[in-house]
Every structure is written in C-alpha cells, then in structure tokens.
Design a protein around this ligand. Structure first.
Ligand code: AMP
Length: 588
C-alpha cells in the first residue's frame, strides 16, 4: 500500500486527489507545485513562469480540480493549449488526477477531429474542456460551449500560443468567459504579448517560478542527449554499453517508473534495483550496501529515495527523466564524483524539455554539453578497446601465468597456430558482450540505425545544402525541388489578409492533427498562399481543411496545379518563401 504523500497534503489538497497522486507514484511536489497550489486553492490568479518538465500541469490541474463540482455536469474549467498533442496530454492528466472524484468528465477539443463527436460529448455534459484556441473559439461562436459556469481558466504554454499566431483567438476567448473567473497563465518566457494579456486579463496575479540557488561541482562532467528517434530505454541500453562505469544511479520521476525501469534493465541483463519512497529503510540500506560492494551496479531511483546516497563507486548519474527544477538536478548529479573522484552526469532531454535545460544551465551557472547517442560501431570499438586493455592489464599483473601452461598444451597437442588459439579464447571470453557486435554495419558508411533516425529537420537541412550546391542556372530555371511525397496546395489567405506563415502552420497543425513534418514550405503571395502538404490528402481531408480559418478567413484549400504554375503565379516581387523553424514541442 502506498503512503499518501504528506507534503502534498500540506498544500491543502483533498483525500481523493492525494490518493490519485500516490497511485501515480509522485513522492513530493515540484517547486512550481509547492508554490502555485496553495494560491490557486485560494482562488488567486497565477502567472507561472514554467516550462515543460516542471510539473506545471499538476500545479494547475490539482487545485482547480478541487474546485470542480462533479454533480454539475457543465463546463467549469477551460484550458487553452497551443497544440493538439498538449491538449490530449493535459486531458489525460486531468482524467488521471480525477480518478477518485466520482463521475468526472474532461473533453479535449481540437481541429481535425470531427465536430459531431465533440458536439455529442459536449451535449452529454463535461466538467473540464481542454482545447486549442481555434477550435474553442469555433465552439464559442456556434454557441456550443456553455460558459455560464466556467469559473477557472488556464492558458498553458501561453508564449507558444502567441508564437503560433493565436493572439486574437486567445483574447476573444478571454473576453467571453465570465468576469468572475480565476485565471492561471503558464508560459516558458515572458514576451511583450504575454505581458499584455496578463495586464488585460489577470487580476493581481501571484507570480510563481522555478527557482534555484545551488551551484554544481566541477569534477562532474555534465552531458545531455536530445531524445530523438530511439526510445529512452534503448538509448540507456546503448549508453550503458558504451560507458565505462562502476556504479550508476538512474533518476526517474515516480515510484512506478523506478520499478518499471529497473525491471526492464534486469531483463536486458544489467544488475539493477529500484529505490523509491515506498521501500523500507532496512531494504534501502541493503541496496546501498550492494551498490557499494559491487554486487549491484545500477540503482533506479526517485529524487527523494536517492537523497544523501554517498557511494564513491558511483561513476555515473543518468537523468532518464529531466528533474522538475534545477535544485533537484544539482542534488542528483552530486551523487557521483564523491570522495574527490570524477563523475559523469548524462541527462536525457526531449525536444519539449529543452527550455528546462536552459533554466538548469542558467541557474547552476554550468554548461551541459550535447552528446550523440553512441552508434553500434562506437559501442563495438569501445568494447574492443576495453577488451584489449583488460588483456594487457592481466598480463601486466601476471594473472595469466598459471593458466598459460594450458594454452601451451593446446598448441602442442593440436598443432594450431597460437593466434587461432588466442582468437578462440577471446571468443569464449566475450560472454554476453560480443566484441564484433554490429558487424553487419561495417559495410555501410553510417550506422543504419542512425540513418533511419535522422530527424526531419536535419534531412531538410541536408536537402537545402544539396540545393545550395546545385549550379545556379539549374536552380533558377529548373523545377523547384520538392520534398518527396509532398505537393503544393493553394489556400485563400495571403499577404493582403495579413497572414503570417507561423499562423498558417499553427492553424493547419492544430486543426488537422498533422505532424510538423507533414507540412513543408509556405510561400505567402498577395491574395493567397501556397503550402506544401502530403500529395495524397483525401477529398474528405481537404473538405475539412477548407473550413480552417486564419485571420478570420477560411483557407478554402485546393490542390495546386503543379510545379510550373506554382512558380508562375507568384507575386511580381519575389515571394517570401519561408521554411518554418522546427517546432519546439514537436511530437516524437
Ligand atoms: P509537466 O511539466 O506538467 O509536463 O510534467 C512533466 C512530468 O512530470 C509528467 O510526466 C508528470 O507526470 C511528472 N510529474 C509532475 N509532478 C510530479 C511530481 N511531483 N513528482 C513526480 N513526477 C511529477
């Protein structure tokens, strides 16, 4: 039976919420939760400077859920999120936290999903609506979203919403919700646009932010790997294969994650154990002793459980999940580099969490260096190097002397070459770590795995470089080079409507649920624009997309008639061809 998390209870949260939190395996509140929850419970407006990874979702969801009357099945809380993925993620979090609140309903609404389904569920009654600005505005205009009982309102990743061109929608929505509502705004940065929204719509907000004082230490090498392509489990496997370690502490967020990851590592042949707040003191001591003595190499822990571990054998800390605040980061990495030894701290950061990394760097005053995932070839050469070193050290320490006679006997009796015999012994010595691992890759210039995993952004970069290398003539006259499987489409908004590429991109992504790599270049013309999209969009998809609005105008999208036309119909001035930057919150 898990203990109810005491520190959460001190924040004033109710029993059903605490029970859900305990089940999720949260042990202590994160900084932002500790700061924001009591104020939100008191009904105050909140301005939170917090990025993904800080636990901001729980920081607003838990206290606002406490204010929901489940017996009244009308929308009481509205959450705006910039993307469909985030809207879904936040909805899921609400549903999980509300597990013991009774008959609770949360509805994600976003473009791309049929209106009918959303209307049906809205009619049936929901307590919380989480949606993208475009679609929420749409429902408001149609009168399908009842606002009379909305008493709280959240803007999540507000800066991202403005970046995507949703300022108008956000303001429209805020103007419609009842006067007496409570507003919580979370944003990773505070650009002018956010300041304006804050001044206009928040009343005497309490400012909360992730803070830190602690500095990191110099004898720890700090590295990060940006999660992409390979999942984190495969990645940690590779790092553990490539790194020369003695003891490792792997940090994850929750108790449940410690159990799950330790089990997975065990099944992959590592000696690993979980350490979390549920584990009894004597069992905990046993695990630490085993780590000290070398019976155990890997401990998968939560922040709380690993606090104060002082084992000089710990050569590595792996932050499998990014910590929720810089202070926790400093505590975590301080588990290595003990007793004057040096240590290595490797942090896994998903693209959405890059801002958190910047905060860590800024507040700890240290630079975390980016590293690549070791390729199979890297691992192979590392293993061979390690093997050679072991062989030489064994000879230097004269540990082979006793057994040398047997080798001589084999040579005499068999007549085989001494290198063949040594080769056979090396083969036997490999055990579960084959030295020639990944041999299949040697014929290829690059690791196949890496090649497949190369992200869209990099491919595009390469494509551009290739284009840049083409002779100027062919570039100017020849057909414009297009990404494979993509085709140009015409949309009815252009420069005269004030449309910006970011808005068009944002609207398409949100309203269709397409991923970022399904939208290519956007060329803004005077009265219309051209957008590269998958060539095989169905009529039904196009019909849905026609209705998407940018700057109040429907896109009325239609297929463009091919490359030559695409160029000819341009404005007299060179069209602004914009390759949109990769979105921070891209879905991997
Ligand atoms: P967020 O910043 O809201 O996107 O949260 C990032 C991750 O941290 C999510 O996976 C949450 O489930 C997790 N999380 C949030 N609060 C806590 C906490 N107090 N303890 C452990 N994990 C948490």
């Amino acid at each position: 039976m898990t203990n109810l998390p005491a520190e959460f209870a001190e924040l004033g949260l109710s029993e059903p919420l605490l029970k859900a939190i305990a089940e999720m395996g949260y042990e202590t509140p994160s900084d932002i939760q500790r700061e924001a929850i009591p104020h939100i419970l008191q009904g105050k407006d909140i301005l939170g400077l917090a990025q993904t990874g800080t636990g901001k979702t729980a920081a607003f969801a838990l206290p606002l859920l406490q204010r929901i009357d489940v017996n009244n099945r009308t929308p009481q809380l509205l959450v705006l999120a910039p993307t469909r993925e985030l809207a879904l993620q936040v909805s899921e979090a609400f549903q999980t936290f509300a597990r013991y609140l009774g008959d609770f309903h949360v509805l994600p609404v976003y473009g791309g999903q049929g209106m009918d389904l959303q209307l049906k569920r809205l009619k049936r009654g929901v307590h919380v609506v989480v949606g993208t600005p475009g679609r929420i505005q749409d429902h408001m205009r149609r009168g399908t979203l009842q606002l009379d009982n909305v008493h709280s309102f959240v803007l999540d990743e507000a800066d991202e919403m403005l970046n995507m061109g949703f300022q108008e929608e956000v303001e429209y929505i805020l103007e419609q919700v009842p006067e007496n509502r409570q507003v919580a705004l979370f944003s990773a940065t505070m650009p002018e646009g956010i300041r304006r929204v804050t001044q206009k719509f928040l009343r005497d907000p309490v400012h909360v932010r992730v803070k830190s004082k602690t500095k990191t230490v110099d004898n720890i090498e700090q590295l990060f790997w940006k999660v992409s392509g390979v999942n984190k489990l495969d990645a940690i496997h590779r790092f553990l294969d490539a790194e020369e370690y003695e003891g490792v502490i792997v940090f994850v967020r929750t108790r449940n994650d410690t159990l799950e990851l330790a089990e997975k590592l065990l099944s992959r042949g590592f000696t690993a154990a979980a350490l979390n707040g549920d584990i009894q003191q004597n069992q905990r001591q046993r695990i630490v002793e085993q780590l000290k003595s070398g019976q155990l190499d890997i401990v998968v822990a939560t922040d709380v459980a690993a606090r104060g571990i002082d084992v000089s054998r710990v050569t590595h800390v792996i932050n499998y999940d990014i910590p929720t605040d810089p202070e926790a980061y400093v505590h975590r990495i301080g588990r290595t580099g003990r007793a004057g030894r040096s240590g290595k701290a490797i942090l896994f950061v998903s693209p959405r969490e890059m801002r958190m990394l910047q905060v860590i760097e800024r507040t700890t005053g240290s630079k975390v260096k980016q590293i690549n995932l070791p390729s199979r070839l890297d691992i192979r050469s590392l293993r061979i190097e390690r093997f050679k070193k072991n062989v030489l050290e064994t000879i230097e320490r004269e540990e082979h002397k006793l057994i040398r006679g047997i080798v001589e006997e084999i040579a005499e009796e068999s007549g085989f070459d001494i290198f063949d015999i040594a080769g056979a012994l090396a083969h036997l010595a490999q055990k579960e770590t084959p030295l020639m691992l990944g041999e299949e890759f040697t014929e290829e210039p690059e690791d196949r795995y890496e090649q497949r995993d190369r992200s869209f952004g990099e491919n595009r970069g390469r494509e551009k470089r290739d284009r840049d290398r083409e002779p100027r003539e062919s570039r100017d006259r020849g057909p414009r080079r297009r990404s494979e499987g993509m085709a140009p489409y015409k949309i009815a908004v252009g420069k005269n409507d004030g449309a910006m590429p970011g808005e068009i991109l944002g609207a398409i992504l949100n309203e269709t649920g397409m991923s970022r790599d399904e939208v290519g270049s956007i060329a803004i013309q005077r009265d219309f624009s051209l957008v590269e999209l998958p060539a095989d969009l169905s009529n039904a998809q196009l019909a849905d997309m026609k209705k998407i609005r940018v700057r109040g105008k429907q896109l009325l999208i239609e297929k463009w008639k091919g490359e030559a036309d695409f160029r000819r119909e341009r404005d007299d001035r060179p069209a602004r061809k914009v390759v949109i930057r990769k979105r921070r919150n891209e879905d991997y």
